[in-house]
Design a protein around this ligand. Structure first.
Ligand SMILES: [Cu+2]
Length: 135
């Protein structure tokens, strides 16, 4: 059984090494909130393929999300579309140009409701609702 254990352990190491290559996508913040009540990972928003088309209903996915300060307050956007986009909330944050495959993260530091658009395609809209811990 020892050899089977070694094989399993080796597979795990190789698997972790493979994950390390894309670890920047999978990084999760440690849980600091009440256990079992909220997701502990960072929040991901995809700019889905075809977002450039105004007729396509889905662009920022998920469109509306809620995060909690100090818990999961970092949001990462990934542009999976073949066209460039932005994540822009005037006066609050702006990714500037995101080409295909680019990612951009923003950590929220105050509560509020932040609406944002793509500055190139203003029909693309999303909302991040930021809540204080314990509310
Ligand atoms: Cu756009």
């Amino acid at each position: 059984m020892k050899s089977a254990y070694v094989v399993a352990a080796s597979a795990l190491v190789i698997g972790l090494a493979a994950l390390g290559g894309i670890g920047f996508v999978l990084v999760a913040r440690p849980a600091v909130g009440p256990p079992g009540t909220l997701p502990t990972t960072g929040v991901e928003v995809k700019i889905v393929k075809g977002s450039v088309n105004q007729s396509q209903e889905q662009n920022f996915v998920p469109r509306n999300i809620v995060v909690v300060l100090g818990f999961n307050d970092t949001v990462r956007w990934t542009n999976d579309d073949t066209y460039a986009h932005t994540v822009t909330s005037l006066g609050n944050f702006d990714s500037l140009n995101l080409n295909h495959g680019d990612t951009w993260t923003h950590t929220f530091i105050e509560p509020g409701i932040f609406t944002y658009v793509c500055s190139y395609h203003p029909w693309m809209k999303g909302t991040i609702t930021v809540k204080s811990a314990g509310t």
